[in-house]
Design a protein around this ligand. Structure first.
Ligand code: 6GP
Length: 833
């Protein structure tokens, strides 16, 4: 078969090679052509949706050219590649990002205006690609942006869910989940019907011997599902490098449906197989920081991991190198334990299919993988029942047992008289039923394990993975503090601030080297600069106020202090403490004389975030916030002094409006529970201060911006254990201010008290696991300090400017460079024009 154009015909080919638009004229031509041909519409039939489609297609053409070139050069140069395996990629919208990254947003803006459209109206037509829950998924998306922007040869591998994270509606104060069908029009993906992999499930294992008489295992029978690749181009900023995100979609193998059954009149079951197969990639599991051992989830994991590894191995084999060179060509990063079966699958491929000896294979495997842990919460640590694995992946279970056997032998050698340690670190938990501990498997099968902020990395080494540090030594464990991409989270979300910064930092260089923000610090005392800065913040607050008005019908005054907490709703993140604090503020205002009230700082308390559909307590928290809002917002005594807003359906594109509009944002998890947090970084980068606990990356943010530019409060992580112990075994006195809040709830001020009983009881009766009562006093006190500080606007703005100037560390570019150097050992490969 001919795979490439023969030499003599190449000249003709090159003469006609695609030339992409470079200017406004070319852009308009591309848009009109796509409207009139690709979309089969005309100037009499072109709404904003069509204009969005055509604009996207015009930019897509550009990306594809760069994407092809990048892939060719990466293949040709044959350097090491990184593969980022993540079950979640919370990408958000692509068009705005593509326009900015290729540096043609202004061109598109002028072109669209010329054709009769406002660019903002076009950008907002796009559905978010919401293939993730929260922090973990958005981190993966920021990493893809940085990998491409830094010219690393890298691929993302994930699942192409038909339904991403659900859309949240608030009805009568309660969350209602609505399916997110985002694929009705998605110009950013390329189906690769020629790139398919057959994935096997179930069946059994037969022991046999090969031609040389060697014992082998043959996995046979069961069922086969087909994985089809869908490719999404990932453009870097200000570079032609365009990497690939490959998402797998499931399909029945052997065609659409069973013709045999169909012809025999068995219509229903003829499509049943197809539907069963398609179910695998149908929906994202909507849990954040929580695992529920469902078989379909395990199927998703294996399906995705097996397809990705098949693809990676196929690519490696083309290089015709020996297997020992595999880790020099391939680095695979496991985003949490969700892809841990990749370790087992690679071992299976090398031993069962390629015939390598176990030890040699295992050496290759461990040198290939790195594992990132994103949480210490016990309920989020994945475990799979042995029985489930036995049935679904019988050969993999055998391999896991063997991995465990050899691992425990190593442990025994190191700690000969310690039976207990063997029990503690065994990959197989001797429980009823027996469980496979995926984090332990990931550690044993990787050469590096990292946490996502300093405190978190210390905690995993001293608590949940302590024994493994003793076994392997400390070098296997490291920290890579999270970061965010300044392209989306500053330049795109806050274009005016980005422009102002550029004017003082010598151009847009800070977008690729965020440490250049440091130059801003000298302007913190500059009156004129502060004024411009404050104007931009105000305009961003006006933009959010409009969104609030349009979506909720509530009028908020942009001159108020905007206090924002947006993130997944979780008891450990303590939105309940925030709303209790809001009630406390409301009660204090109610007690004041009108004169006293006039002296108070007006506030808008803004919440947003989704609760996992099965997380009842989180849903109670949402209900309480909305119930407090409907009382407070309609209280004429209070007016603008306090408004309580719950923003519906928080997602990436809304975060882009929300982050630039905060005066203060809340990152108030119980110390030791939030691995890092990344929205804390986004808010500070956009010129807002934060109120936070000594948890996750808040600690490093404090180190960078200075203690006077952040509001820290609450107990420290080293005290949490003792405090919890005291709640259970000592006397647990509830803070008196908090008790007054509870009494108000119980009076029925915010609706039927019974509705909120569980939230109160969690603190009063059930041990207050998240230490709301212990931290409440200092939380309230710190909010008082916030109000006070906000009064002095000059100083406040100076603090904000100083903080932004010191945020250079928190770019995901720094983060990716650290991974590249200390975990992956890969080098950038600049793409030639
Ligand atoms: C999150 C952590 O909760 C958050 O603190 C961190 O910033 C983020 O990961 C990125 O590292 N973890 C998850 O979203 C999760 O589901 C299993 O962990």
């Amino acid at each position: 078969v001919q795979a490439s154009i023969p030499e003599p015909q190449r000249a003709a080919w090159e003469k006609h090679t695609v030339k992409n638009f470079e200017d406004q004229d070319g852009f308009e031509r591309a848009v009109v052509r796509h409207v009139e041909t690709t979309l089969a519409r005309s100037l009499f039939n072109c709404d904003e949706k069509a204009a969005y489609a055509a604009t996207s297609l015009a930019f897509r053409d550009r990306l594809i050219t760069d994407w092809n070139r990048t892939q060719q050069q990466q293949t040709f140069s044959d350097t090491k590649r990184v593969y980022y395996l993540s079950l979640e990629f919370l990408m958000g919208r692509a068009l705005d990002n593509a326009m900015l990254n290729v540096g043609l947003k202004d061109t598109a803006k002028a072109g669209l205006a010329d054709l009769g459209f406002r660019i903002e109206d076009i950008i907002t037509q796009e559905n978010d690609a919401a293939l993730g829950n929260g922090g973990l998924g958005r981190l993966a998306a920021c990493f893809l942006d940085s990998l491409a922007s830094l010219n690393y040869p890298a691929w993302g591998y994930g699942l192409r869910y038909r339904y991403g994270i659900f859309k949240q509606e608030i009805i009568d104060g309660y969350q209602v989940e609505v399916p997110d069908y985002w694929l009705d029009f998605n110009p950013w993906e390329f189906p690769r019907h020629d790139v398919t992999v057959d994935i096997q499930f179930y069946g059994n294992v037969r022991k046999s011997t090969d031609a040389d008489g060697k014992n082998i295992s043959v996995w046979e029978g069961g069922e086969v599902v087909q994985a089809v690749a869908y490719d999404v181009p990932i453009p870097g900023y200000a570079t032609p490098t365009t990497n690939n995100l490959r998402l797998w979609s499931s399909k029945a193998s052997g065609g659409e449906f069973d013709f045999q059954k169909f012809n025999n009149g068995d219509y229903e079951s003829s499509v049943a197989d197809q539907q069963r197969a398609e179910t695998i990639s149908a929906v994202l599991y909507p849990n954040d920081n929580l695992e529920r051992g469902k078989e379909l989830r395990l199927k998703q994991q294996y399906f995705w991991v097996a397809a990705s590894l098949y693809d990676i191995v196929r690519r490696f084999k083309k290089s015709r190198r020996g297997w020992s060179e595999f880790p020099e060509q391939v680095a695979i990063q496991l985003n949490d334990t969700h892809p841990t079966l990749a370790i087992v699958e690679l071992q299976r491929i090398l031993v069962d299919i390629e015939g390598l000896p176990w030890d040699q294979a295992w050496n290759i495997v461990t040198n290939t993988f790195g594992y990132t842990n994103h949480t210490v919460l016990p309920e989020a640590l994945e475990k799979w029942p042995v029985g489930l694995l036995q049935n679904l992946l019988p050969r993999h279970l055998q391999i896991i047992f063997d991995i465990n056997l050899f691992f425990l032998q190593l442990v025994e050698k190191k700690f000969p008289d310690d039976r207990e340690i063997l029990r503690r670190v065994s990959i197989v938990e001797e429980s009823q039923p027996k469980m496979i501990r995926m984090a332990y498997l990931a550690i044993v099968g990787s050469h590096k394990v990292n946490g996502v902020a300093e405190l978190h990395s210390d905690l995993i080494q001293t608590t949940i993975f302590k024994d493994f540090v003793a076994i392997y030594g400390p070098d296997k464990f490291t920290n890579v503090t999270n970061g965010v991409t300044p392209r989306r989270w500053l330049h795109q979300a806050n274009p005016r601030l980005s422009e102002l910064i550029a004017s003082k930092c010598g151009g847009n260089g800070f977008l690729t080297d965020l440490t250049k923000l440091a130059k801003l610090e000298q302007f913190a005392g500059d009156k004129e600069f502060r004024k411009e800065w404050a104007e931009i913040k105000y305009a961003n607050k006006v933009r959010l106020a409009k969104h609030i008005k349009n979506t909720l019908g509530v009028t908020v005054n942009p001159a108020s202090l905007f206090d924002i907490q947006v993130k997944r709703i979780h008891e450990y993140k303590r939105q309940q403490m925030n709303i209790f604090g809001v009630i406390h503020r409301y009660l204090a205002l109610k007690k004041m004389s009108p004169n006293e009230r006039k002296k108070q700082q007006p506030r808008v308390s803004i919440f947003g975030g989704k609760a996992a559909p099965g997380y009842w307590m989180a849903k109670q928290i949402i209900h309480l916030i909305n119930s407090v809002g409907s009382v407070v917002n309609n209280d004429s005594d209070i007016g603008d002094l306090l408004k309580v807003i719950f923003l519906e359906d928080y997602n990436v594109s809304k975060a882009e409006i929300i982050c630039p509009a905060s005066d203060i944002s809340e990152h108030i998890s119980t110390a030791g529970t939030e691995a890092s947090g990344t929205s804390n970084m986004k808010f500070v980068l956009n010129g807002g201060l934060i109120i936070g606990t000594c948890d996750g990356a808040n600690i490093e943010i404090t180190r960078e911006v200075g203690e006077s530019n952040i509001f820290l409060f609450g107990n420290l992580s080293e005290d949490v254990e003792d405090l919890r112990h005291a709640h259970t075994y000592g006397s647990h006195a509830i803070d008196s201010d908090l008790d007054a809040v509870f009494q108000e709830i119980e009076k029925g001020t915010f609706g039927t008290p019974h509705d909120f009983g569980a939230l109160v009881a969690a603190v009063r009766q059930h041990g207050d696991y998240y230490l709301v009562s212990d931290d409440f006093h200092s939380y309230i006190e710190t909010h008082r300090l916030v109000d006070e500080a906000y009064r002095n606007q000059d100083e406040w703005v100076s603090k904000c400017i100083t903080a932004v100037a010191r945020m250079g560390f928190f770019s995901s570019d720094r983060c990716i460079n650290e991974y590249a150097e200390s975990i992956w050992n890969v080098e950038p490969l600049p793409i030639k024009e």
